[in-house]
Design a protein around this ligand. Structure first.
Ligand code: ADP
Ligand code: MG
Length: 439
């Protein structure tokens, strides 16, 4: 299977990335559906978990219709494990409060950088962890992907456990909540399910947009919410949008979600991005001069997760080349990341003009809300090109198209990508448009 994976990734990754990420990793063992893979650094580990693990899962299906769970280990930890007697391994019954609460040890207030975009949310999170259940209940944090919602939410959990290690803190994604609930019905363990969720001191439910369309789960969550609220237990929710923008979310939940405080997180400015990188570099003990940090921050302007990815990439590049990190090295490391897709200097308005001209429709219609087929398609194409050829974030693109939601933009891009697989007309249009935009 490993050879199969290597061959597959060799095709899929650029040579530099392949060398950096794949060649440095090696398989350890396969046990109980778990596939253990060792990597050399925590940066590699993060990169694998974020970008490669799902590909491994897919590849296992392709290879032998197998369901596997990749587990990425640090080589250093592996060494340690070999040297410690098995008896010292913690058993399930001695689980730490952190593990019991499902919190990531990195997501604390200490490691969270405040700045434009997250100041309000950070302040609210602090208040809630000072006075849980008292001031803002529920706290509803919303904003685009990779902007720190999960981090901030878990920081509240950490703070509460720091104060009182016996506090019953529970972090869960809305999808896991839904799955747990469905399992409890199937296994007739609803009683336990209720006990588990209705007796916590702090409930953190992440990404509740996935409650959309889940009737039964919403019903159950409604009761969970009421019980906790009435006993003054703190509830914190995150979402990629406002409650009333979640499709098919029961009105009574929408109104409850608004009882407390809703705060948004938006993309960080350059200064904040640089500060985030600096903090990360210190935590990872990386030697990076300030100018290189600002350079990386200036290149990635939307999302903190991508920002971290860029840092990982630069770091791996420097290890590979055995060279110190400088602006030049950073530029080289990030080059194919950008060059593969983005066209330097191209702006969204330029794309809009070109597309409107090409399809002979007005610019207003292109950016507007009309649903006629002869307008919708060019609009989707223009969004698709904006995503592909510029480094604008989804919300930014939405803004430029008359203030549309980022999910609308995402949907449009996916739609065109799908069509491109089979529709010759669209392939033709896009080739023409890209050629015109090159000039
Ligand atoms: P979201 O839940 O909004 O999609 P996450 O909380 O998962 O985003 O954040 C993505 C990554 O960026 C995480 O690794 C997180 O630690 C980091 N991050 C986001 N915002 C900040 C910040 N203000 N300071 C430090 N790290 C941050
Ligand atoms: Mg999240």
């Amino acid at each position: 299977f490993w050879e199969f994976l290597q061959a597959k990734f060799k095709d899929e990754f650029a040579p530099v990335s392949y060398q950096t990420w794949i060649e440095s990793a090696h398989p350890i063992k396969y046990e109980n559906q778990k596939f253990f893979i060792a990597v050399p650094s925590s940066l590699h580990k993060e990169y694998w978990e974020r970008n490669i693990s799902t590909k491994v899962v897919e590849a296992a299906y392709e290879y032998g219709n197998q369901e596997i769970v990749p587990v990425i280990l640090l080589e250093a930890d592996l060494q340690k494990e070999r040297n410690t007697p098995a008896a010292t391994e913690p058993t399930a019954t001695q689980k730490s409060p952190l593990a019991a609460a499902h919190l990531n040890s990195k997501y604390t207030f200490d490691s969270f950088v405040t700045g434009s975009g997250n100041q309000m949310a950070h302040a609210a999170a602090l208040v809630v962890s000072e006075e849980p259940g008292e001031t803002y209940n529920p706290l509803f944090i919303y904003g685009g992907v990779g902007l720190g919602k999960t981090h901030l939410m878990q920081a509240i959990g950490h703070r509460m456990l720091d104060r009182n290690p016996n506090a019953n803190v529970k972090y869960i994604s809305s999808e896991s909540f839904a799955n747990d609930f469905i399992n409890s019905i199937q296994n007739r363990t609803q009683e336990e399910f209720r006990n588990e969720y209705r007796t916590v001191d702090l409930l953190l439910v992440d990404d509740i947009q996935f409650f959309a369309d889940k009737e039964g789960t919403q019903e159950e969550f409604f009761h969970t919410f009421n019980t906790l609220y009435n006993t003054k237990k703190q509830i914190v929710l995150t979402c990629d949008r406002l409650p009333n923008e979640i499709p098919k979310l029961q009105e009574r939940l929408v109104s409850r979600f608004k009882w407390g405080l809703s705060v948004d997180i938006t993309a960080p400015d350059l200064e904040t991005r640089t500060a985030i990188l600096r903090k990360k570099a210190i935590a990872e003990k990386l030697e990076i001069p300030d100018d290189a940090l600002s350079y990386i921050a200036s290149q990635i302007d939307s999302n903190v997760r991508e920002l971290e990815g860029a840092l990982v990439r630069v770091q791996a590049f420097s290890t590979m080349k055995n060279a110190d990190i400088t602006i030049g090295l950073a530029a080289e490391a990030l080059k194919d990341l950008k060059e593969s897709k983005h066209q330097a200097g191209l702006t969204i308005p330029q794309i809009q003009n070109q597309v409107a001209k090409y399809f002979k429709i007005s610019l207003d219609d292109l950016k507007g809300h009309k649903r006629n087929k002869n307008i919708v398609m060019p609009r989707q194409i223009a969004m698709y090109l904006s995503r592909e050829l510029t480094d604008s974030s989804l919300p930014k693109i939405g803004q430029e198209f008359g203030g549309k939601d980022h999910t609308t933009v995402l949907h449009s891009c996916d739609k065109i990508a799908k069509l491109l697989e089979s529709d010759l007309n669209i392939q033709h249009d896009l080739t023409n448009l890209k050629a015109a935009l090159k000039d």
